[in-house]
Design a binder for this molecule. Structure first.
Ligand SMILES: Nc1ncnc2c1ncn2[C@@H]1O[C@H](COP(=O)(O)OP(=O)(O)OP(=O)(O)O)[C@@H](O)[C@H]1O
Ligand SMILES: [Mg+2]
Length: 256
């Protein structure tokens, strides 16, 4: 594995309540790291903190986030906006909250590209890659008319548009049926392999992520309690919480 794309140690709180306690890690180019934890363990807080978006949810972050030779904690909001999308792609947890329901699919694709007049990837190709229709009728649909799963796939397409070196996905397949979910996981694996995109894959489901992850990190009550290869975490879980999590999984996975 090559040098880290991102390296961080962060704590996060809402008011007086600390919800992330010195969570540290690094993700190398070409690496898929899964962050797994129960509902409320701090996963979305972690994603938003790394993107410096937590203040919009009323939270504060302390610590360090290093990427591209810069300390992201020191960047202005304007500088951070340039990082988001182009350097760090983000698939947020709730399409309903992330997509303006009035905007048409076509407009969302155009607006995500924004300033880049030339070289916009073909919308049809992007939509196809996430198993969405590419016809005119679909492009004319407003985001509010999409199903949750379609909205989630559209968010994935938008996040991939700029081919960012790092992709942070927050439960990107939770609203999808099993077949579409498997197709999206394969898409992430392909993008990782072909473009070397590093991925922080957030999920509550250890089994679904183990197959595509190089490393799994377990978050429990805002603390990173374990990190290792999926094989290690499954076969030799060290922390009591990880043991409980693994014992709740019906069958061990086979790594792709
Ligand atoms: N705006 C907020 N104000 C106060 N507390 C919050 C706020 N947002 C989240 N929390 C609390 O922070 C903790 C972590 O929340 P977070 O959304 O990061 O969990 P999560 O692991 O993403 O859960 P899920 O799997 O349900 O999405 C929870 O206890 C939650 O109640
Ligand atoms: Mg969440």
């Amino acid at each position: 594995m090559s040098s880290p794309v991102i390296e961080y140690t962060i704590s996060a709180s809402y008011g007086d309540t600390l919800v992330l306690h010195d969570v540290g890690g690094a993700i190398s180019a070409g690496e898929i790291v899964s962050l797994v934890g129960l509902s409320g363990s701090g996963k979305s807080t972690m994603a938003l903190a790394l993107l410096r978006l937590l203040r919009y949810r009323g939270g504060t972050v302390t610590g360090s986030i290093r990427m591209d030779g810069a300390e992201l904690m020191e960047l202005s909001e304007r500088e951070m906006r340039k990082m988001r999308g182009r350097r760090i792609g983000f698939v947020p947890q709730s399409p309903g909250l992330a997509l303006n329901p009035r905007l048409r699919v076509e407009t969302l694709l155009d607006e995500t590209w924004r300033a880049h007049a030339a070289g916009k990837p073909a919308s049809a190709e992007l939509l196809q890659s996430v198993q969405l229709p590419t016809d005119r009728a679909f492009l004319q649909k407003q985001a509010g008319e999409l199903s949750t799963g379609q909205g989630q796939r559209l968010l994935i397409a938008l996040a991939l548009m700029h081919s960012p070196p790092l992709l942070i996905t927050d439960e990107p397949t939770s609203a999808l049926d099993a077949i579409t979910q498997a197709a999206i996981l394969r898409l992430f694996a392909t993008i990782n392999r072909e473009r070397g995109t590093a991925i922080l894959f957030i999920s509550h489901d250890l089994l679904s992520v183990a197959g595509i992850s190089h490393r799994v990190s377990i978050l429990h009550q805002g603390r990173l309690v374990e990190s290792g290869s999926p094989e290690d975490v499954f076969q030799n879980p060290l922390h009591p919480f990880t043991r409980e999590l693994v014992s709740a999984v019906p069958k061990p996975p086979v790594r792709a």
